[in-house]
Write a protein that binds this ligand. Structure first.
Ligand code: ATP
Ligand code: MG
Length: 356
């Protein structure tokens, strides 16, 4: 029996509800597919911070390294500054394991009442590739003369040729693997005339390696309107760290709910474990009440299985998710329903273990 070692990091808030639900789905699909998952849970996050003064231990990456993949919940605690929780845990793992490609599929699942009424399910089928290691979130910058009238601060968007080349190549390759072979490169080189111009030039250079991929360039501001007015004109999208961060939240909302959307932080070279997580945050307003929609985590489990090469198992979980979203009696409150996290989890587990 094939065995995979999975690290689970529920983190904070509803992460503690959706990650155990995701674990149950992995166990259920494993039982039906002859796969075994060995889980190791890490209780890092806000509570750990209160006790130890750090979000995760210094040797935390070493503990994760031997795993095949990581299933992450959410980091964020209303009593700890956001940049502390983010940099202290999620970004520490993303950067430590050089998970430079952040991949966010977006689709309107069956039964979901999405806001674009004139848009059919086939008109919105995107994958957003976010540069996940540098750019606007490189951490380069500084603050001087704090509290004085001449105070100044910078956040430098640092892009390296190697960093841009690898994310462009990843995006072109992903576009090539999808039926439409279509890529849109998001830019802002009209206003940002150094790094973004290099970004554009590298897109042209890498495109020559993929003559069968049709691609175009779009300004980030214009792309928000295009996502709403002409969603079917987009398929694979590649953007910088900040641009894709914003566009993928818009994409998730257009697909119906933040609670559904998944993401993978991928090390395409497979030197380190990749990390899969729902895109929503810790949502303290609904925690502990069984209101969290676990579908974003289940879809992240699909991505995790695909990354492990377990496409049959991934397909079974995706089919189960679509059956469950198609049934409005299994919608959680964010989708206008009354089902609980446990109801949805039970239904998906029953479908994956019984064969869909
Ligand atoms: P963070 O600070 O970690 O980003 P947050 O509290 O801002 O967390 P978000 O994920 O940004 O939470 O979500 C905003 C709101 O959307 C939440 O407060 C919650 O009401 C709702 N929401 C988010 N995820 C889910 C989910 N999985 N199921 C149900 N509702 C959700
Ligand atoms: Mg938030």
């Amino acid at each position: 029996m094939k065995t995979y070692k999975i690290a689970t990091i529920p983190g904070d808030g509803i992460g503690k509800e959706v990650v155990p639900a995701g674990q149950q789905v992995l166990e259920a699909v494993g039982a039906g597919s002859g796969l075994r998952f060995e889980f190791q849970n890490f209780d890092w996050g806000g509570d750990y911070f209160r006790e130890h003064g750090v979000m995760m231990p210094d040797d935390g990456l070493d503990a994760l390294r031997e795993h095949d993949a990581i299933l992450f919940g959410s980091a964020g605690d209303p009593h700890i500054p956001d940049h502390v929780t983010l940099w202290g845990l999620r970004l520490k793992i993303c950067q430590g394991f050089d998970q430079y490609a952040n991949v966010r599929p977006t689709r309107i699942l069956p039964g979901i009442d999405a806001p674009l009424k004139r848009c059919g399910p086939d008109d919105l089928n995107w994958v957003i590739v976010r540069e996940n290691s540098e750019g606007e979130y490189s951490g380069v910058g500084g603050r001087v003369h704090q509290g004085h009238p001449i105070e100044a601060a910078t956040d430098v968007s640092m892009m390296t040729r190697a960093g841009v080349e690898r994310i462009m190549r990843f995006a072109f390759r992903l576009a090539q693997s999808r039926p439409r072979k279509l890529l849109t490169v998001i830019t802002k080189s009209n206003a940002q005339r150094h790094a973004m111009v290099m970004w554009d030039e590298i897109a042209v250079q890498i495109s020559r390696e993929f003559p069968d991929v049709t691609w175009d360039k779009e300004l980030v501001d214009a792309s928000t309107a295009r996502m709403i007015n002409r969603p079917a004109s987009l398929d694979t999208i590649v953007a910088t760290n900040l641009h894709a961060d914003i566009l993928s939240d818009l994409a998730a909302a257009l697909a119906g709910s933040l609670g559904i959307a998944p993401t993978g932080n991928i090390d395409p070279e497979r030197r380190y474990p990749s990390m899969f997580e729902p895109i929503h945050g810790s949502a303290f307003d609904i925690m502990g009440q069984g209101l969290a929609n676990p579908v974003g985590t289940f879809w992240s489990v699909v991505m995790l299985l695909e990354h492990l090469g377990e496409n049959e198992a991934a397909g079974r979980v995706m089919q189960a998710i679509e059956k469950v979203t198609a049934d409005t009696s299994l919608h959680t409150r964010d989708l206008g329903g009354t089902a609980t996290t446990a109801d949805v989890t039970r239904a998906v587990c029953a479908l994956v273990s019984g064969g869909v």
